[in-house]
Design a protein around this ligand. Sequence first.
Ligand code: PHE
Length: 509
Amino acid sequence: MKLPETQVAVLEAASADDPTPVEQIADETGEQEAAVRGAAFDLEERGLLTVSERTETELVLTEEGEEYAYEGLPEHTLWVGALSNDAHEEPIELGQALGRGGLEDDQVEIALSNFARKGMGSIDSGTIEVDEDYDLEADPERALLETLRGEEGDVDPDEADEEAVAGLERRGLLEEHEHTVLEVALTDDGVTALMEGLEVAETVGQVTPELLTSGEWETVEFAEYNVEADAETVHGGKPHPLREMSERVKDVLVGMGFEEMQGPHVDADFYINDCLFMPQDHPARNHWDRFALEEPASMDREDVPDDLVEAVENAHRNGVGPDGEGYHSPWDEDFARALALRGHTTNLSVRHLAGIAEGDIEPPQRYFSIEKAYRNDTLDATHLLEFFQIEGWVMAEDLSVRDLMGTFTEFYEQFGITDVEFKPHYNPYTEPSFELFGRHPETGELIEIGNSGIFRPEMLEPLGVEADVMAWGLALERLFMLATGAEDIRDVHGTLVDLDFLRTEEVVY
Ligand code: PHE
């Protein structure tokens, strides 16, 4: 029988009695594993070979397991350290035994609990006594670690000491990894073909310029392609659907005449809250809701202009204008300089309006950003600890609620959303304020998609702004859900992301 070279090699390496792993055949024949696999399937098609799959379990040491395999288990180190201080004769101070052993801080706890579990001696109110007859060498956990050291895969999980495997797994030192092994075996026809003798067919896999110019292409034999054979699916790279949505939003807003803002993710509470006329005892400012920075914990005094601090403090204490009330509550500059991950991107709007970001600005102005905001929320289908906020504002003379609603209607129409609903709302920094809702195309539920309003004089005056400013913060993820029908935001990003969805979701330009 005439067969292509690789197929002949595979047939000759296979056996009728024992299934042989493809990997082993690749080793023996010097062929690529993928080529052997391809040849095996071709031979199966010809009825000369059977191909089967088997799942194999392998014992693999974790990084910590690997470390102990070389340095010894912490409880053994403790035992040796104590013994060298004569702790078999009478109890000694624990610190003395530990000092000798060279254990790292995080290993002490591990050493103590396993020492007790394995009955290597006794520990009593800060002292340790060791059993000198305890046999380190006989500890099955140690024996298994030693056999696995550098030899993983060579230990048959069925033959390993069951208790030691369970023990090391519980300690996070060992893991069982499963993988699929492809095996081949000769069929009766395969054996017959081998006995009758095999010949290598000189087939050509590709037409070359030489074959064409020499005219040889007319006589050579071409290798057959099985176009129906299974092939591995290749997932090409593509933009993440949420990133794509963000690009679309950017295009729409730029088209509507907006300029993009940039600014810090970590900012002083002054810019995140105080400049927004958020009282310092507002519930959203407590430590449960914000991600505070430990180091550095607060912004340098130079980065918070004195005159701005004074104006903001005055607005908080006494209010703005002849009827101003203020909060009549304490206001503290140190509290305002504390640093945190921004809970909204309105700190960027503040920095631009105050002239800190790009210098003084005159109306009319339109600005936006699509950036991350961070909140200590409880994760669920519509909440993540961080989300993209579509921040935006328009500065002009004489703005009204109709301008605000008209802007949203025009914006959401670009995404096919024509039924946005408005609900009166309260923000310390806007009056009037509106929450926006949209109907989810799959569940029919109304979901909140944003928050908006017209900035109050108590906020604008200290920033030195005289014109009207309408503003908003919309959630990109919620827009994404309405526009695509996604029902759980965790399918799109985060640890539970649905890879299939990301791979098959259509790319929209
Ligand atoms: N900062 C608000 C939020 O995060 C959004 C908003 C911005 C509302 C500007 C009104 C004006 O919900």
